[in-house]
Design a protein around this ligand. Structure first.
Ligand code: B3K
Ligand code: ZN
Length: 867
């Protein structure tokens, strides 16, 4: 018996191995079929695997199977035990004489000691798996790469009382019981799939069962599996799944292909959810919801994630990725698909605003810092570190740009071609672009640069006006990023329109300008009045626009533009310019912003959800991203100063809005959600105005709320200020929800996000709270992740935040390297801060890099951040 529990490829001290895209070679051996037999138990699970392998092409290479964290018990070839196998690093090497063999292995693994939550692990007394990207090798020996597709047969045996439910991919084919209190089930998945899509679950679970009839008449059995006590919180997820299945048929012509579709919710999960074929496994926060415990934001996120994972059945599972450098092939496309789905469920304008806000919050800083990488990276040390906002969100923007350039009909036709041509195979980003190109006839050769060049392009736009003619001058610059110093211009699809400054009426029809050179000039003639430029409407290209538009013109657009996103954008720019001036100079003229907000509030035609987005100030982090040197205190003071004045000058309107948005009874409709959103925004402005009586008003909202949105909205305001009701509200919230881990996460997060000066001290106390644990990723994210996103608190003078984060990451790394590495990026911003802060942040990174035995996950993030 060979224990390779601790074998690692190379210690980080020597630099972990780098995997390069250019080194891709097709697999030497294919595995058309695999049969797995699990004898399940939390402490020791036996896994027998029988791989039918075939030699791929003419070569004399042995079979190489990836494996980690397992005890290897036996290896057989064609039924005969062999001993000429060897272990090289994390691979089992088996010499094979012929072109086709059956290779069997038997291993033992320990799910209850698996704190990484990769492979087979225990969560809440149940057993579940996570294999993407490289978790399958922690279950059995296999060529653990996405271009090896196999047909899976799975048999599971487990204690019937402890694990009454046994699920795997595909369709169930047989089951039975044995005399020793154990039972078994067999599953078969007819669709060949890569190992990262393998899944099984064994547990004591209750099912919310539904069904969906596909457009060709197939009835699919749907199941959402949770702890029995949570069953009542699964209706929204089930309804979302059915809506998503119908939407994918209508919009993309994609139909589901198995007889069952199961979703299981688990509390311990490294990210949001996983699209395993026919058996999605979810972080419970993206399944469980009722009005008392989940906010509107949670409800929307559940619908979006359920849809996203379901959509992967085609964009990811039926057509998968050739190698992990192609990750955005499935993730960028699927994010684009889920964004379209969510846009169709409510306000498309608000959805676009939310998507752009998260792109700017997560992807722009990534693209501007030491961890920047192309949408199709060239190399990695640890693939888990590349599940990034660039791969997902910028990747979605690339698909969106192609869809914009092709138009909806040609785009759909090109998607059909892609699915037809690559169904059942492992494809590349290039394959996708080639389908877009061949199907539409549009030349995308230059567009391919978007996949290879990192960095957010900057576009300068200026409009010169002279006697009825306007000349638009555009210039683009793609900034240098690590390993890419010289960039070439990319095609930027910019939706452009001009409005009359006097009449507010459009002067030209909207045009799609493709800026594909470093500079370009275009003229607009016959203009009857002075034009105001509206550019990058709908955020048609993921770029930073620098324009010479005056504050007056931005205010004008915020009131008159007929593209809702452009209205929002004009207001944001006006606010941002004011805040940057305030943070840099200590003072700024607030009049223009206040007038623009007043004007917006007076516009009776606007929907409350949109209104709530438009009047919101840019975040402190985003203001920081505009400055050469981030001064967290000056930014906080400038933003609070503007918030106070907007609160004060428009106090009557905010009070009125807070009052009229009150609703008799909870409903989850776009209209009711919009009102709740606006209500919390109004309360926020009233609180910013500084009146202590607002504490009473907020507390009343907190206590009277019949839903979590209103309750948490009020709690956030109370927790962020100096109100007499603050402690009471936090205690009531804790006591009321202490048995619900997802709501307790909100309790931790709300305090960690507070802008009070004592937040670091509170966070230190919360990290010692009995309910805090590094073993649960949701809890870690809600305290440590939230705190390090809180610019003022994390960067408070003295550098305590940096020491704290490094301490927590070093401790977490020994349990769960993947989640530790995900939380490192706030330290990577060190170059953007003053010398004292930068040095302290560097010190934290250097300490992490030097930890003996540091994981390659954390090492890669920290060492690249220092470079
Ligand atoms: N494909 C998974 C993410 C896996 C992350 C692995 N580190 C969920 C998703 O994007 O749909
Ligand atoms: Zn995905």
């Amino acid at each position: 018996m060979l224990d390779i529990q601790h074998s690692v490829a190379q210690s980080p001290a020597h630099g972990p191995a780098v995997t390069r895209r250019s080194d891709y070679r097709p697999p030497a051996w294919l595995v058309p079929q695999i049969a797995l037999d699990f004898a399940l138990a939390a402490a020791a699970t036996r896994v027998k695997a029988a791989l039918s392998v075939t030699r791929n092409g003419k070569h004399a290479d042995p079979l190489r199977l990836d494996g980690a964290g397992q005890q290897l018990i036996a290896v057989r070839v064609d039924g005969v035990t062999i001993d000429d196998w060897r272990i090289e690093g994390e691979q089992l090497v088996v010499p094979l004489p012929g072109d086709a063999h059956v290779v069997e292995t038997e291993v033992e693994i320990a799910p209850d000691r698996n704190t990484q939550l990769m492979g087979l692990y225990a969560s809440g007394g149940n057993l579940c798996t996570q294999c993407e990207a490289e978790g399958f090798r922690r279950i059995t020996f296999f060529p653990d790469r996405p271009d090896v597709l196999s047909e899976y047969r799975v048999r599971m045996t487990a204690d019937a009382a402890r694990y009454p439910v046994l699920l795997a991919n595909g369709d169930p084919v047989a089951s039975g019981t044995s005399d020793d209190g154990r039972h078994w089930t067999e599953w078969h998945d007819p669709f060949p799939k890569p190992s990262y899509l393998f899944a099984l679950v064994a547990g004591d679970l209750a099912e919310n069962r539904g069904s969906f009839t596909t457009r060709s008449g197939r009835t699919v059995r749907l199941g959402i599996w949770v702890r029995a006590a949570d069953l009542l919180k699964t209706d929204h997820a089930l309804a979302s799944l059915k809506t998503a299945m119908a939407w994918d048929e209508q919009v993309y012509g994609r139909e589901y292909d198995l007889d069952v579709f199961n979703i299981v919710a688990v509390d311990d999960f490294n990210f949001g959810a996983m699209e395993n074929k026919g058996l999605n496994i979810f972080n419970s926060r993206y399944i469980l919801a009722d009005p008392d415990t989940a906010t509107d934001y949670d409800y929307d996120a559940i619908a979006a994630v359920v849809a996203h994972e379901y959509f992967h059945n085609w964009s990811g599972n039926r057509v998968t990725c050739r190698d992990w450098f192609q990750l955005s092939l499935k993730e960028g496309f699927t994010v684009f698909r889920d964004q379209g789905f969510s846009a169709d469920q409510g306000s498309a304008a608000v959805k676009r605003i939310e998507d752009v806000r998260s792109l700017r919050a997560a992807q722009f800083p990534e693209d501007a810092g030491p961890l920047a990488h192309p949408v199709r990276p060239d190399s990695y040390q640890e693939i888990s570190n590349f599940y990034t906002a660039t791969i997902y969100n910028k990747g979605a923007e690339l698909i969106r740009m192609m869809a914009t350039m092709l138009g909806p009909v040609a785009f759909r036709k090109a998607c059909d071609l892609y699915f037809d041509r690559f169904d059942g195979t492992a494809a590349t980003c290039e394959d996708y672009v080639a389908c877009m190109e061949q199907s539409s006839g549009i030349d995308l050769s230059q567009f391919r640069l978007w996949y290879s060049q990192a960095g957010t392009p900057r576009v300068s736009a200026s409009l010169a006006v002279e006697a009825g003619r306007a000349t638009l001058h555009l210039a683009q610059r793609v900034p240098p990023t690590p390993g890419q110093t010289d960039k070439v211009p990319m095609p930027l699809p910019l939706r452009v329109k001009l409005f009359g400054a006097g009449s507010g009426a459009p002067l030209i029809d909207e045009r799609l300008v493709i800026l594909d050179t470093a500079e370009a000039t275009m003229a607009f003639d016959g203009l009857a009045e002075r034009p105001v430029l509206s550019i990058n409407r709908g955020f048609s290209a993921p770029v930073i626009v620098e324009s010479d538009r005056s504050a007056a013109d931005l205010a004008f657009l915020s009131a008159h533009d007929d593209d809702p996103f452009a209205r929002y954008e004009a207001m944001q720019q006006l606010m941002l310019d004011t805040l940057v001036a305030g943070a840099s100079n200590g003072t700024a003229d607030h009049g223009r912003v206040i007038d623009a907000v007043r004007h917006t509030l007076d516009d009776a035609d606007l929907d409350p959800a949109f209104l709530a987005e438009v009047v919101l100030l840019p975040s402190e982090n985003f203001i920081g991203d505009q400055l050469t040197v981030v001064d967290p205190e000056a930014i906080h003071a400038a933003r609070e100063g503007l918030r106070r004045e907007i609160g004060h000058a428009l106090a009557a309107q905010w009070r009125q809005l807070h009052h009229v948005t009150q609703q008799a009874a909870y409903a989850y409709t776009p209209e009711a959600k919009g009102k709740r959103r606006l209500r919390s925004v109004a309360l926020g402005y009233l609180a910013a105005n500084g009146a202590r009586a607002i504490g009473t008003l907020a507390f009343r909202q907190f206590e009277a709320a019949d839903n979590m949105t209103d309750r948490q909205g009020a709690l956030t305001i109370l927790a962020g200020g100096d109100f007499a009701e603050r402690e009471a509200a936090l205690d009531i919230f804790y006591n009321r929800h202490s048995d619900n881990p997802l709501v307790l996460d909100k309790w931790f997060q709300t305090q960690a996000l507070s802008s009070r000066t004592d937040t670091p001290q509170m966070v230190a106390d919360l990290a010692r709270h009995p309910d805090f644990s590094l073993a649960n990723p949701n809890r870690v994210r809600s305290l440590i992740g939230a705190f390090s996103a809180n610019q003022r608190a994390f960067h408070a003078a003295g550098g305590w935040g940096y020491v704290f984060l490094a301490d927590q990451l070093i401790a977490l790394d020994t349990l769960n390297p993947q989640t530790a590495a995900k939380l490192l990026p706030p330290l990577a911003r060190w170059r953007r801060f003053d010398g004292t802060r930068a040095q302290a942040m560097r010190g934290a990174l250097e300490r992490i890099v030097r930890v003996p035995g540091v994981s390659k996950d954390l090492f890669e993030q920290a060492s690249k951040s220092l470079a």
